[in-house]
Write a protein that binds this ligand. Structure first.
Ligand code: IPE
Ligand code: IPE
Ligand code: MG
Length: 243
C-alpha cells in the first residue's frame, strides 16, 4: 500500500478521532482501561508512518471535554496512562525527530499530567520533523467561544476595530493558531460523527471512516486512508471542469 502513495500529494495535516478502545476491550474480555492501554501502540504506528511519508502535523483526539463525564475510575486511568505513555515514548519521539504539542483546556488536567506534558513539549521543541498534536480536554465549541471572547476584549480595548474581526483573526485565536487546517480527518470504530472535534478547522477536510477499532490500527491503515484521500476530487465549491 505504501508504494501506491503519491509522495508529492501527502496531506500536510491529518486529524484523527481515536475511537473504539472500549469496544476492543469488551471484544477481548478485558477491562476498558486495557483497551486504552492497547491504544498506545497505534499512536506510535501512525506517528511513525506519518513521519516517514513527510506528513507535517497529526492531531490526535485523546480526551474530549465531554469525556470528563465518564466514570471517575476510567478518567483516572486515562490520565495515568497519559503520563506513563509520554514518559515511555519520549525517547522514541526524540529519535524520530517528532515534536510534541497539545491543544485543549490543559489547565483542567491533573497537575502531574500538565507537568509531564510541559516537559515533553519542551524536550521535543527543537525537533523539526512531524508535529504530533494531542487534543486533551479539547472541545471545539469551547475553543471557538473562547477565541470570540478574546477578539471581543480586543475590540472593547480598541486594540482592533470591527473590520479586523475576520475569519483569519478568529483562526489566530484558536488553540491551533499557526497550524494549517487538516486536509484529512480519520475516525475509527465505525462512528460517523465529529464529536466536537476541530469543527472550525475541518470545514473543508476530507472525511475518512473505518470500522476498525483504534487498538487494531497499524501503519498500513494510515497508508490506506491517505491513498483514499489522494483519489478524491477536492473542488472547494468550484466545478470539476474548473480544476
Ligand atoms: C476512544 O475509545 C478513547 C477515548 C474516548 C478516550 P472509547 O473509550 O470511546 O471506546 P468506545 O467508543 O467505548 O468503544
Ligand atoms: C471522541 O470519542 C473523543 C475521543 C476520541 C477522545 P467518544 O467515544 O468520546 O465520542 P462519542 O461521545 O461517542 O461521540
Ligand atoms: Mg468512543
Amino acid at each position: 500500500m505504501k508504494e501506491r502513495i503519491d509522495l508529492s500529494k501527502v496531506p500536510k495535516h491529518i486529524a484523527i478521532i481515536m475511537d473504539g478502545n472500549g469496544r476492543w476491550a469488551k471484544k477481548h474480555g478485558k477491562l476498558r482501561a486495557l483497551g486504552h492501554k492497547a491504544g498506545v501502540l497505534p499512536v506510535r504506528e501512525v506517528s511513525e508512518a506519518g513521519s516517514e511519508l513527510g506528513v507535517e502535523y497529526i492531531t490526535l483526539y485523546a480526551f474530549s471535554t465531554e469525556n470528563w463525564n465518564r466514570p471517575k475510575a476510567e478518567v483516572d486511568a486515562l490520565m495515568t496512562l497519559l503520563v506513563s505513555s509520554i514518559k515511555k515514548e519520549i525517547k522514541d519521539l526524540k529519535k524520530n525527530n517528532i515534536r510534541l504539542q497539545a491543544i485543549g483546556d490543559l489547565s483542567s488536567l491533573p497537575s502531574i499530567s500538565q507537568k509531564t506534558l510541559r516537559e515533553a513539549i519542551a524536550e521535543t521543541a527543537d525537533n523539526d520533523g512531524l508535529t504530533l498534536v494531542l487534543a486533551l480536554s479539547y472541545g471545539s465549541r469551547y475553543e471557538i467561544v473562547n477565541a470570540a471572547k478574546k477578539l471581543a476584549v480586543k475590540l472593547k480595548n480598541n486594540e482592533i476595530s470591527e473590520k479586523d474581526f475576520t475569519e483569519l483573526a478568529l483562526s489566530n485565536e484558536l488553540y491551533t493558531s499557526g497550524i494549517p487546517d487538516p486536509e484529512l480527518m480519520i475516525r475509527t470504530s465505525g462512528e460517523l460523527r465529529i464529536s466536537n472535534f476541530l469543527m472550525w478547522q475541518l470545514a473543508y477536510a476530507e472525511l475518512y471512516f473505518t470500522d476498525k477499532l483504534w487498538p487494531d490500527i497499524r501503519k498500513n491503515d494510515l497508508y490506506e486512508a491517505i491513498y483514499d484521500f489522494q483519489n478524491r476530487e477536492r473542488r472547494f465549491g468550484k466545478t470539476s471542469e474548473q480544476l
